[in-house]
Write a new protein. Structure first.
Length: 885
């Protein structure tokens, strides 16, 4: 049998899989001699056993816990459950990857009536009852609220609120010892009424209940949402750490706080954090009281500050990374309760990595491996357009950088319903304080505003981690969630009103303000230049306009990997011309419409080639079925029928309906699209080829450079490619002759039909390049429709039938195998065949790692993912970093 319980002195920082991040780091800190209150950790393997065992702790576990506890008792000369000299403990969760605030914690465990009665004779009775009431509430909430109703934290808070009303006071601190004693009695009576049992008095019963509750909290809703978002596997489970309590709320020479060794928002090299004197840890992180900046500790208690600063330096040097540290001061003695590598914004991650290379702490390769590519998104977060004049309504803490505008909502569920992933409206979630239960709503909101809570509150931590612009601890506002409004002085903002946030400066603004893209800072450029030095993959972009192209180049794209030409047809003024082209009954009429479109498209391509300034552009010929450009069939049927019923008629509408009916397909994604469309209507792609090459010619003649790569989509059989290409070669030669120049164009194809991948050798003989269209390749390999597979894909992922959504990250075993076959067969025929990817996967770090592994030449992704792709490609080349989850 594996060892299930490790004393802190038995572990070290390498044991994160087994002891979780918290347990491993407490062990490490103990062993390097830092002041860590003694304790032990129950392994993550026990969590797995707990779930395999129908949610029961394995036999004998509590005996091992007892013997570990007896070692702690000896060290501290205290005894668990002994009224004369009681040992109290905290019971906390800790998985391999930090999930701040997502699972449960119980503090002050070990208290019971007889211990309390004895303690009040030796210690401040108010403190004793305060600890007891917190403990009754916490244990009942986490251990029993899944089985019994009305036993959550909120129910206890109501009881407390009622008592305060009776006593005629407002603040918790105004309730004296006698009041808190009454509160403890009421809490216990409530537990008895709701559960039918007394609140447990046996400390071991309490301990077992707390351990089980922490394991159960691995699967609470917010933890599951967090894991999904962060791609943390469900199987790894959490460890449970049991640690002797130290108290930050024993008087004015006590306190507790959280600090980062560098600024988690900006990356500045300066200890950054906050604390509260005479408080327990929960008060700081739960966002209920707004704490004080750590710099003030230097004046309030210079000795402790110096010690703390020294420990910060030691921990950073030891872990070679920015640390997030929890500490408690008990009667002027400093204790460290936790350290972990600190969550940070993208800009902070980049600055810290670059600075630490400069300081000689880490190498460039380590710096590159350290930053999660997805975090780079934050560096591109919008800011309020410079020179915008706006009036600040209120100021709070700059908890999450970036600017956001949206309508105010006061409820996380409403935010989830209306915001991103729901109705996709822009909403700002406004709360008095946030709890981890608000996660769903925060993720759906453009920004978050809270009245209470500090820079290290869980809300702020989560917001920074996910790049949500956030203003926290904005005490100038008063949130009245019940009436769905907040006030600042005499200004009232109601649900549905528009506000803006400047999360970088902590500003709240009435109404909307113009927001624009961030400027790319110096460190950002340096960091990505290091990525460029090591990556092997080229990085291109998917862009259809000169503006997107220019933006992507600014972000570091080395060309266009996919220009979807049909997007140019969708534009307002062109649509009627496209419709005329489709509805034409004679070749002559069709050509007329195409000639008009040619003028538009030529200008489009000219603009794109100019923006590219000689970089290559893969331009894909029209792909979607033509009826996508016509009015909706059902609406037309209804319109024509209504007119008929009214005895009227509209011949044009009727003709349109006839054409729409003719083109109607049961499954258009499998229908007349891609090269199939080009074979049935060759004039359209002939026009497009002409437009591409004439656009290129205009640029070349003006002294510029243009490298068009014309791409034929959806090829499944080599003959499709041969037919389309032969026709287009003629057009290309004609354009060259008319223009009197040679244009360095090439023809290539997309590999996005499984048969195309399997016969890639035949296809390679006819083409200059391949580009994997992994959107279609995934659809056709799985037989899942791209458009409406959500219905079952979600439950598939939830039930772990699939490890993840294959449209998000390449299914490497299935779709990936087809790609490997295509690469191998294609290069067997043409060893230097250029191969890229332009499906959405081209901007997803894990898929990029796979593309590197199978030897592609480049990946292509949307402009905003270009920096992410540069870093992911570098991490793939270094063989580390993308994600070890
Ligand atoms: C693809 O199928 O992966 C692709 C890039 O083409 P589209 O998404 O336009 O079908
Ligand atoms: Mg496709």
């Amino acid at each position: 049998m594996n060892k299930r319980v490790y004393l802190f002195e038995e572990g070290d920082k390498s044991m994160r899989d087994l002891l979780g991040g918290k347990g491993a780091n407490l062990a490490e800190m103990t062993n390097i001699g830092l002041p860590v209150p003694p304790g032990f950790t129950i392994t993550t393997e026990v969590c797995t056993e707990y779930y395999e065992n129908d949610r029961r702790l394995p036999q004998g576990l509590m005996d091992e816990v007892k013997s570990a506890l007896s070692v702690v008792e000896k060290k501290l000369d205290k005894k668990f459950g002994d009224p004369a000299n009681p040992l109290l403990v905290s019971v906390r969760s800790g998985a391999k990857f930090s999930m701040p605030g997502m699972m449960d914690t119980v503090l002050n465990l070990g208290l019971n009536d007889s211990i309390v009665n004895r303690l009040i004779t030796a210690q401040d009775p108010r403190f004793v009852y305060d600890s007891y009431r917190r403990f009754i509430m916490m244990l009942s909430d986490v251990a029993y609220s899944d089985k019994f109703e009305h036993i959550t934290k909120h129910d206890f808070e109501h009881i407390f609120a009622d008592l305060k009303k009776e006593l005629g006071v407002k603040e918790d601190l105004e309730v004296d010892a006698a009041g808190l004693k009454t509160l403890c009695d009421r809490f216990k009576a409530h537990v008895l009424k709701q559960t039918g049992s007394e609140f447990p008095q046996d400390p071991f019963v309490q301990l077992q209940a707390a351990i089980e509750a922490v394991f159960r909290s691995w699967n609470n809703e917010r933890a599951i949402i967090y894991r999904r978002r962060e791609k943390i596997p469900d199987e790894i489970g959490t460890a449970v750490t049991v640690q002797s309590m130290v108290f930050g709320n024993l008087g004015e020479d006590c306190g507790t706080g959280v600090a980062f060794t560098r600024n988690a928002s900006t990356g500045d090299h300066h200890v950054f954090g906050e604390y509260l004197m005479n408080a327990q840890g929960e008060d700081v992180v739960a966002g209920v009281r707004t704490p004080v900046p750590i710099d003030q500790l230097a004046t309030q208690n210079p000795d402790i500050y110096r010690q703390f600063d020294d420990i910060c330096k030691r921990l950073e040097a030891h872990y070679k990374d920015m640390q997030d540290i929890e500490f408690t001061i008990e009667h002027n003695r400093l204790f460290i309760l936790q350290c972990r590598s600190g969550k940070r914004t993208g800009p902070a991650a980049v600055k810290i990595a670059v600075d630490q290379v400069g300081e000689g702490l880490i190498t460039k390769a380590e710096a590159l491996a350290r930053v999660d590519p997805e975090l780079l998104n934050h560096c591109l977060l919008p800011v309020i357009a410079p020179n915008t004049k706006y009036k600040v309504l209120a100021k709070g803490l700059p908890a999450g950088p970036g600017a956001a505008t949206g309508t105010v909502v006061f409820d996380a569920n409403v935010a989830a319903e209306l915001g991103k992933g729901g109705k996709n409206q822009k909403v700002i979630l406004v709360r008095a304080d946030t709890s981890p239960d608000d996660l769903k709503g925060m993720l759906a909101a453009q920004g978050v505003l809270t009245e209470k809570g500090g820079m290290t509150s869980h809300a702020a931590l989560v917001a920074r981690g996910f790049g949500i612009p956030t203003v926290a601890g904005c005490s100038e506002i008063h949130v009245d969630g019940h009436n769905r409004r907040f006030t600042v002085g005499d200004v009232t903002v109601n649900e549905g009103d528009e506000i803006s946030l400047n999360g970088t400066l902590g500003e709240v603004i009435l109404g909307s303000v113009p927001v624009e893209d961030a400027k790319l800072t110096g460190e950002f450029g340096t960091f990505l230049s290091w990525a460029d030095e090591v990556r092997k993959l080229g990085i291109r972009t998917n862009a259809d306009t000169p503006e997107d192209t220019a933006l992507a180049i600014k972000f570091g794209a080395e060309g266009i990997g996919l220009c979807r030409t049909e997007h140019m047809f969708f534009e307002g003024s062109r649509r009627p011309v496209v419709q005329r082209m489709i509805l034409a009954t004679s070749d002559e009429d069709r050509q007329k419409a195409l000639d008009e479109l040619l003028v538009f498209q030529r200008e489009d391509f000219k603009g794109i080639f100019e923006a590219l300034n000689g970089l290559p552009a893969t331009v894909r010929l029209i792909d979607p079925p033509l009826h996508e450009f016509l009015p909706n069939r059902e609406a037309l049927i209804e319109e024509v029928a209504t007119l008929k019923a009214q005895g009227k008629s509209d011949p044009q509408k009727e003709a349109m309906l006839r054409t729409v009916e003719q083109m109607h397909e049961i499954n258009p994604m499998m229908g007349l699209r891609g090269c199939r469309l080009s074979i049935v209507f060759p004039q359209i792609v002939a026009m497009q080829t002409r437009a591409i090459l004439e656009g290129a010619a205009a640029v070349i003649k003006a002294g510029g450079k243009a490298h068009p790569e014309i791409m034929i989509p959806l090829v499944g059989h080599v003959n499709e490619l041969k037919v389309v290409k032969a026709g287009l070669e003629k057009t290309a030669k004609a354009v060259e002759a008319e223009q009197g120049i040679t244009i360095p164009y090439i023809f290539g194809t997309m590999i996005e039909v499984p048969r195309g991948a399997l016969t890639a050798d035949e296809i390679a003989a006819e083409t200059e390049f391949f580009s994997f269209g992994t959107n279609d390749l995934t659809q056709m390999t799985y037989g899942f429709s791209r458009d409406d597979s959500d219905k079952f894909l979600k439950p598939y992922v939830e039930q772990k039938i699939l490890p993840g959504d294959p449209f998000e990250s390449i299914d490497q075993t299935g779709v990936g195998q087809l790609m490997e076959i295509a690469v191998e067969k294609g290069r067997r025929v043409k060893p230097n065949l250029k191969i890229g990817i332009c499906g959405e996967h081209g901007g997803e770090p894990r898929s990029i790692g796979f593309c590197h592994k199978i030897g592609l030449n480049y990946v292509s992704c949307s402009p905003y993912r270009v920096p992410i792709a540069r870093l992911a490609a570098a991490q793939a080349a270094l063989g580390k970093g993308v994600s070890d989850k």
